[in-house]
Design a protein around this ligand. Sequence first.
Ligand SMILES: [Zn+2]
Length: 67
Amino acid sequence: MTSESLTADVPPTGTETCCHCGRTTTAPVEVRRIEAADVPGVTLYACPDDAVLLHPGPIPGECGPGR
Ligand SMILES: [Zn+2]
């Protein structure tokens, strides 16, 4: 291990904009998935602070096919 490896920047993880407060968060929580017939689905993210305030909707993987 080198000293550089200890001080190097953390590799960028996915950052998303919180759908509640509009801030960019490095720890997005998936709160809702909007599916539309003719466009790719849109996933909404919230920052950890707001995620607890929002009532999460179903996200991929939580609902079985055909419910
Ligand atoms: Zn937020």
